[in-house]
Design a binder for this molecule. Structure first.
Ligand SMILES: Nc1ncnc2c1ncn2[C@@H]1O[C@H](COP(=O)(O)OP(=O)(O)O)[C@@H](O)[C@H]1O
Ligand SMILES: [Mg+2]
Length: 405
């Protein structure tokens, strides 16, 4: 008794030094770190290693394996998901006991739960962004062939992402991954989400001592209409006239703007005849900007961050327009070495409490706002001092660590 069976992916600790002989609910001290969690059923604990922080969630054996396997398959198909690290079996505990097994995921940093976002009634400016992100995640999930089974506001973490909100999937206990979902399965998943969201809003109203009549029980219905609008845009194939081929480019641009990669575009003569074509596109993952930034400059960033950082690359390249694909690639690398890296280093030193790439994206946004307000191109040096001053009061620019250029 006492030594579990552990399967862990490479690049992580072996977790053997943890006190597996007791339930995680009883762990404290040592590697355990106290971090806030959302509403949940199972015992969960966070542990810290040199490699990073991990979440360990206890479940009966078949559920643990199901969740771990689902996360692994989905990780290949979804952009925003808690990365699965390992699964643990306590062989001496009956398999249907809550604490017989556990799933380990990488802790997703810089996130908050929907309760923190909603706190104080209303969601202010963030309401639309959060609901769009939540609906968008469900669309991505369905495009990837995943039936969630228990989609709720508390099974998602939220992260500020370059001025908007990103939704990250964490709880895959009920997920079933297929090649393709039928409309009925999608509908069913949306029904579950609608009920869960109403329940979540009722819980909040009760915990705030408000009347149930005040609870926003129709919030899930709002999410469904956001879901439907995006789903239609991605999957309803328009019919175009033969002389409207510009609409092909327009649709691809629109999908890229929404962040989706586009694979093959297929044009099929429409049954209605009359020289008309049905345009069907193969929509890929929602990582158009992040994979483009990676291809060009080998920088890893989230989709929204990448969109802003790419605009910085364009801003600088606009001064020296490139003539060929080769010089465009060279320009991207020069921008990275001469502009991006030194500034990122400076951000790391000046505002260590922030995730650096996100802070970089925030700075770019600040520079853009300053330039719009002043009606002139405010340079990076001036905008940087202003940004740190305004967003991080108490900071003295004289303390700035000069970038090693
Ligand atoms: N990888 C993770 N990173 C950050 N927080 C996490 C992670 N996994 C779980 N959590 C936190 O723990 C809570 C419960 O996780 P969840 O998987 O939904 O458990 P349950 O199956 O009990 O509902 C989440 O709301 C979240 O706050
Ligand atoms: Mg959950």
């Amino acid at each position: 008794m006492g030594i579990p069976t552990l399967s862990v992916r490479p690049g992580h600790p072996d977790f053997l030094d943890l006190p597996w002989e007791t339930s995680v609910a009883d762990w404290s001290g040592g590697r355990v770190v106290e971090l806030p969690t959302g509403v949940h059923r199972h015992a969960i604990v966070f542990v810290s290693y040199d490699e990073g922080i991990y979440a360990i969630k206890e479940l009966p054996r078949h559920l643990a394996h199901h969740e771990y396997d689902s996360l692994r398959i989905l990780q290949e198909r979804l952009r925003a998901i808690a990365p699965p690290v390992g699964v643990v079996e306590r062989g001496w505990v009956a398999p249907d006991e809550e604490w017989s097994s556990a799933v380990i995921t990488e802790y997703v940093p810089f996130t908050f739960t929907y309760r923190e976002l909603i706190r104080g009634g209303g969601f202010g400016d963030r309401r639309d962004q959060m609901l769009d992100a939540f609906a968008g995640l469900l669309v991505e999930m369905h495009l990837a062939g995943g039936y969630w089974g228990d989609c709720s506001l508390s099974n998602v973490l939220y992260r500020y992402d370059a001025g908007t909100v990103d939704a990250i999937m964490i709880d895959a206990e009920t997920v079933e991954v297929r090649d393709h979902l039928s409309d009925g399965q999608r509908r069913h998943d949306l029904d579950i989400m609608e009920t869960n969201v109403a329940g979540g809003m009722a819980d909040i109203a009760i915990s705030q001592g408000r009347d149930l009549d005040d609870a926003d029980l129709a919030l899930g219905t709002d999410v469904i209409s956001r879901y439907q609008a995006l789903w239609d845009e991605l999957t309803v194939d328009p019919v175009i006239a033969a002389d409207e081929r510009y609409r092909i480019r327009a649709r691809i641009n629109r999908l890229n703007d929404l962040g989706f990669e586009v694979g093959d575009v297929t044009l099929i003569p429409d049954e209605s005849g009359g020289n008309r074509l049905r345009m069907s596109v193969n929509v890929g993952g929602r990582n158009y900007h992040s994979s483009r930034l990676y291809r060009l400059a080998r920088i890893e960033a989230s989709e929204h961050q990448a969109r802003q950082i790419l605009s910085d690359l364009h801003y600088h390249s606009a001064r020296e327009p490139f003539s060929s694909a080769e010089s465009r690639d060279l320009m991207a690398m020069m921008w990275r070495v001469q502009i991006f890296e030194p500034l990122l280093q400076r951000v790391r030193a000046d505002v260590p409490q922030r995730e650096p790439v996100q802070a970089y994206a925030d700075f770019l946004h600040h520079r853009f706002l300053m330039s719009s307000v002043q009606g002139r191109d405010v340079g990076s040096a001036e905008a940087y001092i202003h940004w740190v001053d305004e967003d991080f009061p108490g900071y003295d620019p004289a303390d700035a660590v000069e970038p090693p250029v």
